[in-house]
Ligand binder design. Sequence first.
Ligand SMILES: CC(C)(COP(=O)(O)OP(=O)(O)OC[C@H]1O[C@@H](n2cnc3c(N)ncnc32)[C@H](O)[C@@H]1OP(=O)(O)O)[C@@H](O)C(=O)NCCC(=O)NCCS
Length: 143
Amino acid sequence: MEIIKATILDLSALRKLELECFGKDAWPLFDLIAVLTFAEVIRIKAIEDGQMVGFIAGDPHPRDGWGWISTLAVDPRYQRRGIGRALLHACESKLGVPKSRLTVRISNQGAISMYEKYGYKTKDIWHAYYNDGEDAMLMEKNL
Ligand SMILES: CC(C)(COP(=O)(O)OP(=O)(O)OC[C@H]1O[C@@H](n2cnc3c(N)ncnc32)[C@H](O)[C@@H]1OP(=O)(O)O)[C@@H](O)C(=O)NCCC(=O)NCCS
């Protein structure tokens, strides 16, 4: 497995990955273009078998002292092989801020287990944060 910077050339692979991992929550095309091009964004992909099997993006807010993990996805066929962990650690190490934050659906027990395992703590519940009314957990880690 290779962990390297993603670029706009990854747009169609990222779109496919997002649809496979998030279905109705997949980001629209504009957001995918933004995450692959905005200057300040950290964007990292995992490559295996010659294809993109995972992606993470981070958004540093140095003046606030924290950064957001804005998306993390691993191809279902490649999950539970340490790719999510490797992407998370790579992105955290590049954020350059003291704290990392993210939101996750309260029903997404798999992702919550992973975040807790790697040091994230629940800071708040944001009610009806998602379009379908589901609550989000705001999680934070001291880097
Ligand atoms: C969440 C996600 C990124 C995890 O990626 P992954 O590559 O499977 O994770 P890893 O293999 O690195 O898992 C590391 C550890 O996290 C925990 N973990 C990961 N997925 C888990 C699951 N579904 N259930 C319980 N624990 C889980 C485990 O402790 C795991 O270690 P182990 O496999 O040795 O038990 C992946 O399941 C995914 O893309 N899900 C769909 C999209 C999503 O929900 N993204 C997060 C949105 S906030």
